[in-house]
Design a protein around this ligand. Sequence first.
Ligand SMILES: Cc1cc2nc3c(=O)[nH]c(=O)nc-3n(C[C@H](O)[C@H](O)[C@H](O)COP(=O)(O)OP(=O)(O)OC[C@H]3O[C@@H](n4cnc5c(N)ncnc54)[C@H](O)[C@@H]3O)c2cc1C
Length: 301
Amino acid sequence: MPREVFVPATVTEINTYEPGEVRKVVLTLPETYEVEGRLFPIQDRMHPGSAFLARPFGQRTGKFRRRMYTRSNCAMDAPRALETIVNDTHREKADTSPWWQSEAIPEIMLSSGTIDVRVDVDEEAKELVVYENSQKIQPNNLILEPDIVWPTMRFLALSFSTGITPFLSHLRYMRKQGFGKSRTCRGVEVTLVATVRNPRQLMEHDELLELARTVPDHFQYHPVLTREWPEGWPFTKGRVMTIEEDGGSESQVNLEPLLALVPNVEQCHIRLCGNAKARDQLTLGLRQLDISPLSFRAEVW
Ligand SMILES: Cc1cc2nc3c(=O)[nH]c(=O)nc-3n(C[C@H](O)[C@H](O)[C@H](O)COP(=O)(O)OP(=O)(O)OC[C@H]3O[C@@H](n4cnc5c(N)ncnc54)[C@H](O)[C@@H]3O)c2cc1C
């Protein structure tokens, strides 16, 4: 087991999408940090799609807690500047998620205060390495496939609320790599279906629209608003999958709105990030329609 150390990170950017609900923060680690009298460089090798561990304050419990946050930018673009987007879960036992939405965060930023982020001590290399939740590709995480694999793939990325974070990281990394296009490879294709409740919660919307406009062969963007939409909203309104109670033993899932956006699901590798209910509905709906995607991986919080 590597030895863990928590390093104080400064809050270098905040963007509140919807006050009290959804906020982006950037936690920046120093270049070096002293552990037991020895100065170590901090290395950031986080994989696109992985999560870091921080120690936010629990508003309900009154204690600092350990919580994971998926990084939404990539190490290559911004080493040691860990961007994430956090929402208030509004769960009965919500603890740290409302704290991230509070005035405490701008106060920390203004007073050059800090929030702890975990790094691991690599004694051999004499360095500290930003901790990431996993480096192995598994069905229940969204770490991007290796560089020789993802350029050959077609992804359907489904995000619910802040579940967009791993896909933002993937897209920013892919953009840096020219979407994997070469003489022998057509490059990656990503269709992102990003569901949020209202227009205020759309995350990095302009960047995603612009990306879809500039590289249509590699990226398609379908923002979805489920509860509230402005007049003339040109994209999807309402849920992309719904449960239809038929009184039988198994609920029927209606995937029609999703299939209208992405008719070629069977030729896609599906990646989902959101809640367990959304994952279970999608897998049930696909089974009921006898649709088998090329692969399926989902991370749920
Ligand atoms: C890999 C990963 C990536 C994530 N990425 C993001 C992200 O990008 N954005 C985002 O908004 N959220 C993300 N989350 C969720 C985030 O870590 C928090 O769980 C969420 O913000 C809710 O935090 P909370 O403290 O309000 O409530 P919870 O974490 O749901 O905690 C509620 C209550 O349960 C208790 N509790 C929680 N976990 C445990 C445990 N393991 N054992 C015992 N008690 C426990 C807490 O003390 C608290 O009292 C991610 C989670 C994971 C696992």
